[in-house]
Write a protein that binds this ligand. Structure first.
Ligand code: TYM
Length: 329
């Protein structure tokens, strides 16, 4: 069987340059390696409070972002997680094979729940990795392109696959996370020791920000003492982050990026970073607006759901049979 490549993005908050560099920008190239399944993780978006209208708008935006990033809908399957009911069904089965102890050790759960009152933490947030594992398993995905913060979830999925295969025979495909060499963890511009995330307006570059705002955010990004443009995460986290952004967008190595700025001052370096980011975002935002206006995403999501349902139901049936559930149709 050809390799299957799968990833999802949550339609919560606004997408950031971190999401773009870590995953989105590169997804169109995966078609050369196998069959691609990309989805809008809208069920996952419900694990934290979100207004219905915001969720709907974000889901449409995300569909447009995927397409604006160059995905060819004839070559990839793009769909909404909630339009394939097998995700929820497999989730109901798999929740019996992951344990409270391992779920409570997940960094993302610990970080997110730490900021909440205990009686406001939904079961869905705790069980988040079960649904994510089900997403991956359903498509027999062997490759899962993600940023660094999702590695632990994919590792847990691997543990689950091992557990199921040992118990019921080799019925599931073992997935593997793949991270970008450059850009798997883009940091906040206002605090480069923290990850750039959808909930930090000052330190984030949002994919829908005006180009002037993007430029301003980069020009006022926190830099470090000294004056040399050098990659040194420990002592120069701000400059290292900007070098990463520059190298990732130009698709060159960090060393090559460093060489370009040997004699540059911080101000000139930041201007060069802003130029590269703005040039890329200008093209991306134009495509996004065209797709949004034409509503081209509607047909794509409909067809994607049909294709995804077909594939997902095959796996679901296999799992149901293996665990002893009767398939009567
Ligand atoms: P999400 O929506 O938080 O992020 C989408 C993708 O962007 C990556 N990412 C980053 N990469 C580099 N630098 C950053 N600062 C940065 N911030 C985010 C994330 O690692 C992710 O790959 N749980 C997933 C969605 C999901 C999923 C799946 C992914 C649901 N089911 C199955 C893969 C397979 C999430 O919340 O990603």
């Amino acid at each position: 069987m050809a390799e299957r490549i799968l990833t999802g993005i949550k339609p919560t908050g606004q997408l950031t340059l971190g999401n773009y560099i870590g995953v989105l920008k590169h997804l169109h190239k995966e078609v050369d390696r196998g069959e691609c399944f990309y989805f809008i993780a809208d069920l996952h978006a419900l694990t934290l409070p979100i207004e219905p209208e915001v969720l709907r708008q974000n889901s449409i935006d995300l569909a447009c972002f995927y397409l604006a990033a160059g995905l060819d809908p004839k070559k990839v399957t793009l769909f909404l997680q909630s339009s394939v009911s097998a995700h929820a069904e497999l989730n109901a089965i798999m929740q019996n094979y992951l344990y409270m102890g391992e779920l409570s050790r997940m960094t993302q759960f610990k970080d997110k729940s730490a900021k909440m009152k205990e009686n406001a933490i939904g079961l869905g947030l705790f069980a988040y990795p079960v649904l994510m594992a089900s997403d991956i398993i359903l498509y027999d995905a062997s490759i899962v392109p993600v940023g660094e913060d999702q590695i632990q979830h994919v590792e847990l999925t691997r543990d689950l696959v091992n557990r199921i295969n040992n118990r019921y025979g080799d019925i599931l495909t073992m997935p593997k996370a793949e991270m970008r060499k450059v850009g798997a963890r883009i940091m906040s511009l206002s605090d480069p020791t923290k990850k750039m995330s959808k909930s930090d307006p000052k330190g984030d570059i949002f994919l829908k920000d005006d180009l002037a705002v993007i430029r301003k955010k980069i020009m006022s990004a926190v830099t470090d003492s000294g004056s040399e443009v050098k990659y040194d995460v420990e002592n120069k986290p701000g400059i290292s982050n900007l070098l990463t952004i520059y190298a990732a967008l130009k698709e060159i190595s960090i060393e090559e990026a460093e060489k370009e700025f040997v004699n540059s001052r911080y101000g000139d370096f930041k201007k060069a970073v802003a130029d590269v980011v703005c040039a890329e975002m200008e093209v991306f935002q134009k495509k996004y607006r065209e797709i949004l206006e034409s509503k081209a995403y509607e047909e794509v999501l409909k067809e994607g759901a049909i294709k995804a349902n077909k594939i997902a139901n095959i796996t679901l049936k296999r799992v149901k049979k293996a665990v002893g559930l009767l398939n009567i149709d």
